[in-house]
Design a protein around this ligand. Structure first.
Ligand code: 13P
Length: 301
């Protein structure tokens, strides 16, 4: 059986491998709508940057369903003639069924997040997802420990990843592993000081494997760079783009541009333009930090 996803999509395996070998990280960007998707794809193409476009289950529901997401992403890949490596990834898939559903619909990568389950069940279900995904050349991300905070209804207590579990789970046929290292979804609270580099070191010692940093928004640049140098190969970003969009849109309204009928400032294409531009700028800023900007050619075809 061969892959069923659009020929312009790739799975995330080779980009993650290239990142792990060359000590940079691929940016994983959560999308919310057409503007988000178009901004990320355009910025990625303009800068020759391999990219992962991701949706949580909540975002899929918001956009209308999995076929809307796949149709929109595939349509943009064709119409914008996107030629750089792009993976369409399910973020925090909560059930095996959901992972299978998005694979059948045309996703090229899935995360099965069994971190809330007893460990043995997490392993068994991750294996089931891997077996299904392999048939269609879809890459899989697994999770151990948990990411603190809440994202689209997925709540984690922020347990640190266990090195023994990391060693075992990294051998299940997955391409990348998310492990709690003191990272948190959403804005970092005042009291938060740092990622746990001791945990990352212990995890990498037990499993020298590409690891994923969730909660990538708001971590100081030096910590991001250190984490990449220690084996983080994919960084998930959601909140940072939402804040950039919010700030740019706020300025538009504060300047009362929406009330200017002569310039048709009320046209949604005008209302959303500043936020859209801010998404592109933020993409370039973050991928520069991550070291993946312009690295499309280093990803094996
Ligand atoms: P942030 O919203 O904190 O950037 O986290 C995104 C994320 O980890 C998606 O899985």
């Amino acid at each position: 059986m061969s892959k069923i996803y659009n020929k312009r999509l790739v799975n995330a395996h080779n980009m993650i491998e290239a990142a792990h070998q060359n000590k940079f990280a691929i940016g994983h960007f959560n999308i919310n709508n057409l503007e988000w998707t178009k901004a990320i794809l355009e910025a990625a193409q303009e800068t020759n940057t391999p990219t992962i476009i991701a949706t949580s289950e909540g975002a899929i529901k918001y956009m209308g369903g999995v076929d809307v997401v796949v149709g929109m992403v595939n349509g943009l890949l064709e119409d914008l003639n996107i030629t750089i490596p792009v993976a369409l990834h399910l973020d925090h898939g909560q059930t095996v069924e959901m992972c299978k559903k998005v694979i059948d619909a045309g996703y090229s990568s899935v995360m099965f997040d069994g971190s809330h389950l007893p460990y043995a069940e997490n392993v068994a279900k991750t294996k089931e997802v891997v077996a299904y995904a392999k048939q269609y050349e879809v890459s899989v991300e697994a999770e151990i420990g948990s990411i603190g905070g809440e994202e689209d209804g997925v709540v984690g207590q922020g347990e640190l990843g266990d090195p023994k579990e990391a060693a075992e789970v990294s051998k299940l046929g997955i391409s990348m592993l998310a492990a709690g290292i003191g990272n948190i979804h959403g804005k970092y609270p005042e009291w938060w000081k740092s990622l746990s580099f001791e945990t990352l070191e212990a995890l990498q010692k037990a499993a020298p494997f590409p690891m994923v940093l969730h909660g990538g928004s708001g971590i100081p640049q030096d910590q991001v760079k250190k984490a990449i140098s220690m084996g983080i190969s994919k960084i998930n970003v959601n909140t940072e783009l939402q804040l950039a969009f919010r700030d740019a849109t706020r300025l538009y309204f504060e300047a009362k541009k929406d009330l200017n009928d002569e310039t048709k400032g009320f046209d949604p294409r005008k209302l959303l333009a500043p936020g859209y531009k801010a998404l592109k700028t933020t993409f370039v800023e973050l991928t520069t930090w991550f070291g993946c900007l312009g690295k499309a050619d280093s990803v094996k075809k």
